[in-house]
Ligand binder design. Sequence first.
Ligand SMILES: [Zn+2]
Length: 311
Amino acid sequence: MHARKVTVSRTAPAAALLAAVGALAAGNASGNPAAAARAGAQDLPPVSAATSLLVVAPHPDDETLCCAGLIQRVVHAGGHVSVVWLTSGDGSELDMLFIEHRPFAAPAKALELGARRMREARAAASLLGVPAERQLFLGFPDRGVLKLLTINRTTPYRSGFTGATAVPYPDALFPGHPYTGESLERDFAALLARVAPTLILAPTPRDAHPDHRAAGLLATATAARLAGSVQLRFWIVHGGEGWPSPRGLEPGLPLTPAPRIRGVTPAVFALEPAEEDRKLAALRAYNTQMQVLTPFLLAFVRSTELFAADP
Ligand SMILES: [Zn+2]
């Protein structure tokens, strides 16, 4: 609905990236013996005061859904936790439908929604123990991240929601930086240099949401350049086939592996009851999301979180 006419030709690296997305989306691990052999469960690195955790969240709320338990554990151990939000969630059509009572509001309303979701993200992250100076927003366009990494590497992308072609939020880390793939990669690299993570939790490139797939590819490419100094683990939010099931608040149940990561055995992180309670409290900070997606979001408040070593 918001697709824009593409006038820029795809470059060779972009084509390769798209092929990688396609292969991952098709779940190639199950048909490839070497990949299948690597797909056994691999433990999470031990958590200690030396841990510097970076959670890569495509949108406000993803960090809580995927990782609220592990975030609290690292904080409790005396380690550092940083969260980076690639977008400010300023393009949620469902939000617009429920909050504005129409699916596509004016750009000013989309910017207002983005600013509101950033405030909610700060509240949620603070509840989990992430200090304000480690709550980092890049302000890239909701629903546009994959396009930046493919067809808009050098030509700025225009958000169909906010109308912006550059980061419009004064609160973001680099306000005014253009909406291009090169700019996103530069900003992400600068952020990694600042945070110096030992462990990155990123969305798997197999997620059904294009922003999540793009975030996973970005993290994978960057971590490969850091070779050896950082561990990368993957989580999923849009896991396919009605996952997580059952929907709604069932805090005693473990989270089951998502259909879209079939062939991968993730490491299981068990939450303490108090960590689960706080995960729920953080989720409730997202008023805009809880109005429209409640049973889906609550289904992530489970006794376990899952992190895979393979994308
Ligand atoms: Zn998301």
